[in-house]
Design a binder for this molecule. Sequence first.
Ligand code: PNS
Length: 160
Amino acid sequence: MERVCVYPGSFDPVTVGHVDIIRRARHLFDRVVVAVLHNPAKTGCFPVAQRLDMLKCACQGMDGVSVAAFDGLLVDFAHQEGACAVVRGIRAAGDYEAEKTMADINARLMPELETVFLPARPEHACVSSSAVRELAAFGGDFAFMVPEGCAEQVARRFAK
Ligand code: PNS
């Protein structure tokens, strides 16, 4: 049976750290569904359509990887996709607490859905969407944090 995982997040915008997790998740599962949370109450920095666009560009040529938006509960989306696991990347100990809480809640809602934590590579420890937004907003170099082909879109969003 095909083993599917969901890799959920805001991806506002996608980073090289996210892409590394997608690649590694694909080694563990037959299919990876990258799922962008569409939260109408929280607009974020980039519109969801643009986040999807950047993710699709970053995942181009990756067999078995698809990109979608979801709203509502992650467990409902995972069920709809036939996923057996949720994948989340963890950079430092600080990430773990919030991630563990989320995993506990999801396990309570859907016990058969496993959460798999992948440790971020050391070179991605400082990489985050919020750092990209901050660097881009104040004219710092952020290109090393985003996949090739996304830097221009990010720069355009912050152009004066
Ligand atoms: O990239 P982020 O912002 O850390 O991702 C958070 C995300 C999207 C994984 C999380 O907010 C989520 O799963 N939201 C969907 C709502 C839900 O299922 N909540 C219950 C679990 S806490």
